[in-house]
Design a protein around this ligand. Structure first.
Ligand code: ZN
Length: 143
């Protein structure tokens, strides 16, 4: 590994998400994690040994160490805002589902955005409904 190489960002299961301002009302919360924090690894030079500061010949022994740092904070919403979002999504799906179902290829973007919200918010029932719409959508593209 070389110093300065950009690594891919990753999530960490071993680090708990702390309180973040709710993405909607800004109240500190960690009730629902919409997007987990992202981390990257980087290589740092660490001094492992050096000459005595009074020595005539100064020297330093360094080692490359891989460290992890947080690149992007987690996005969270409080339970109150989560419930409100859930109601909104149920309303949207209930009113538009038949329309989407009858012509999925016409509403691709809308279906994908809604599915994405259901997934990140962890709305399980709604995610299933959206997943079946998406498979219909893919079917209709093939034809
Ligand atoms: Zn909130």
């Amino acid at each position: 590994m070389e110093v300065g190489i950009v690594m891919t960002l990753f999530e960490r299961d071993d680090v708990k998400t702390g309180n973040q301002p709710c993405n909607v009302c800004t109240k500190p919360t960690r009730s629902h994690v919409i997007q987990p924090a992202l981390y990257e690894e980087y290589v740092a030079e660490v001094v492992v040994n050096r000459a005595d500061e009074f020595a005539n010949n100064q020297w330093e022994e360094t080692e490359e160490v891989t460290k992890t740092r947080k690149v992007k904070e987690a996005v969270t919403v409080c339970h109150k805002c989560w419930l409100k979002r859930h109601e909104e999504i149920i309303e949207i799906i209930d009113s538009d589902y038949e329309k989407w179902e009858s012509e999925p290829s016409r509403y691709t973007a809308r279906i994908q955005v809604t599915a994405e919200i259901c997934k990140s918010y962890g709305f399980e029932e709604e995610s299933k409904r959206m997943a079946s719409l998406i498979s219909m959508m893919k079917e209709s593209v093939k034809q």
